[in-house]
Design a protein around this ligand. Sequence first.
Ligand code: C2O
Ligand code: CU
Ligand code: CU
Length: 461
Amino acid sequence: SSEGEMNNGSMGNGHMDHDDVVSLIDSTGENELNIPPVLKSDSNKGIEYTIRAQKGETEIFDGVQTKTYGYNGSFLGPMLQFEKGDTVKINLINELDENTTFHWHGLEVPGNDDGGPHNVLEPGKESTIEFEVTQEAATLWFHPHPEGKTSEQVYNGLAGLIYIKDQNSKKLELPSEYGENDIPLIFQDRVFDDEKQLNYKATANEDGTVGDTSLINGTLNPKLTVDKEKVRLRLLNGSNARNYTFKLNTGDSFVQVATDGGFLNEPVSMEEITLTPSERAEIIIDFSQVKTNEEIALVNEDGTTLLPFEITGQTGKNMDIPDEMNDFSVTEEEKNLPVTKEIELFGMMDHVTINGKKFDPERIDFTQEQGVTEVWEIYNKPDMMGGMIHPFHIHGAQFKILSRNGEAPPENERGWKDSFSVAPDETVKIAIQFKNKGIYMFHCHILEHEDNGMMGQVKVE
Ligand code: C2O
Ligand code: CU
Ligand code: CU
């Protein structure tokens, strides 16, 4: 798209060319980062939780109330802590004036509990789901998924975190004091109007709504105070459409320890990491070597300050990051499986399609047998304008990336994934198995593309 288009209003009403995306405003660091509360289980009921989708007002800017949505609060949601082997019961309540669903992104649950567009809860209605947590330690998240309305509801604030722990994560020596040296970071970009409101209808872009204002865990101008120790950051790209490339302003490297769905086998040293919408990564930054007065910050690709760190004089534990964390592997058998499902992503704005079709809730695009591994090949077909990155996601399973354009994936993608970027003209092969039955969505996680029909359904039977 041309320069002119992008200068026009809402950070661009035109087609989203990656290079054109408006920069974020630097964080001044004047507010301490908000840490989402841990959701307590309902009293005396074992592992039972209640989650309400609700409307509210939030003071994002000093002295101004912004109308927002949230789970069990006015903006964003709490953190749900599950353990592998738990049977979890969740009471879902819709206190909004519109339909919603509760989707557990990355969680391996039966289709009926997945909260896709078929699991609609009307305003004022409640329902209860119950499932067993069968997967390993990971950082997942939850958000709404009503047909055609996902982007607006997430934009208004519906998103929360799920942490899973297991025997392995409990014994690994990694920073794990929630809010102290184990910090969730939900990155989102927004546009605020003159009244400091989120006016989705006015700012929405068919190709993915991006904003100039960076929020982390809902905090404007955040900073994070850390001790001189290793700190684990659980990064979630929770934006509707923006890709983030995270790095340190000092150029120092950090290590990545986990992907979307679990630990990497060993820490991978990185100087920067790109996350497309809905991807997660856990990284560890060593602040023990940083001088107290040194200016250190997490910045975006173009140098924009996202999160300045303030270092206390306090020295924390000095743990060594274990060099063996998991036993993830791609078997020879998986490498040799034929491709049985082909997916072609194409188009832009509201012309996005998968295999030439738009989402139809009445149409099952694929079937797959429960417990059987298949290889899916996802291709991003360029258009006349070159095309754009589509972040591709499949519900109900963690899967393995086998190759990108025929080559082994980068080291930091050799772990469980539920979302991945697909660049124009790129082909990504994955091996996927579903543990449960049901109908699951697969889609582009640019939320406006999802809402515009860049989504299909696989029925697992
Ligand atoms: Cu993050 Cu269809 O989901
Ligand atoms: Cu999902
Ligand atoms: Cu897309």
